[in-house]
Design a protein around this ligand. Sequence first.
Ligand code: PSU
Ligand code: MN
Length: 306
Amino acid sequence: MTALRPDFTYAPEVAEALAEGAPVVALESTIISHGMPYPDNVEMAVEVEQVVRDGGAVPATLAVLGGRPHVGLDRDALTLLASDDGVRKVSVRDLPYVVARGLHGATTVAATMRLASLAGIETFVTGGLGGVHRGAPQSFDVSADLVELGRTSVAVVCAGVKSILDIGLTLEYLETQGVPVLVDGSTEFPSFYSRSSGFAAPLRVDGAAEVAALMRAKWSMGLDGGVVVANPVPVDDEIPTEQMAGVIDRALADMASLGITGSAATPYLLGRIVELTDGASLRTNIALVRHNARLGAAVAREYRGD
Ligand code: PSU
Ligand code: MN
């Protein structure tokens, strides 16, 4: 069991679950602060925590508040993250800065993985991963999420990778980093809004027990690093790839004309896609996070041998 860290703040239910070795599911906070508009974002955050509880695990949303990493947040903290413009987007490179300065930070997949691992949590649920951006051979824009997956032993349940990214290069990069990419119940890798992407599932699994068995096999051999668990969006909530293609091209063109790059790129694209789809993409996004939370809770229970 990982001891509680004196430099982190734990929600009481999370501290108790960690002490007992009970299943805990980590959740990220950039999706709240920089991934969805207010107030849908806070409603999503509260609802997803409830889905994890209903699935028999304890939810721990991670963020940095006033310079302290927090493992598990109450409603006031979630509301602050959802509505305060001063909350920074924090990837791994930004963690020491917000901690040293006592700032608020919403953690990306990469930073959440690292904090979860330090706290002794091995199952993490989110919506979509960062990846290799289109045009990366010129811009070098490769998300730190992929580097973190190569080194930190946490399983990340997600709905795949959006086609704002280069999905093929993202899968290549994960292979290079030694990261198993599992797809639950499908032979095709999903593209977030859609169940399909045109890319085959690198590895197929069926159900949480198979995911947990792979996590155990990997880490018991000393093969450190993450596992991607791609969970295709439910059929009833998906937006077909053909329909998203035009929207995504338009969002990318708008971003280019505004000259937006770097860590501002993903938040801009997510917001623009919500506008261009009149909110339909947001409904799909919320539905798939809920779906991922159900699978993540089951994985945490299987892994912890509950
Ligand atoms: N993709 C989404 N929603 C999100 C993100 C990605 O569909 O909220 C966020 C996640 O926090 C992810 C981050 O870790 O964007 C990646 O940002 P970047 O591309 O700057 O690494
Ligand atoms: Mn980037």
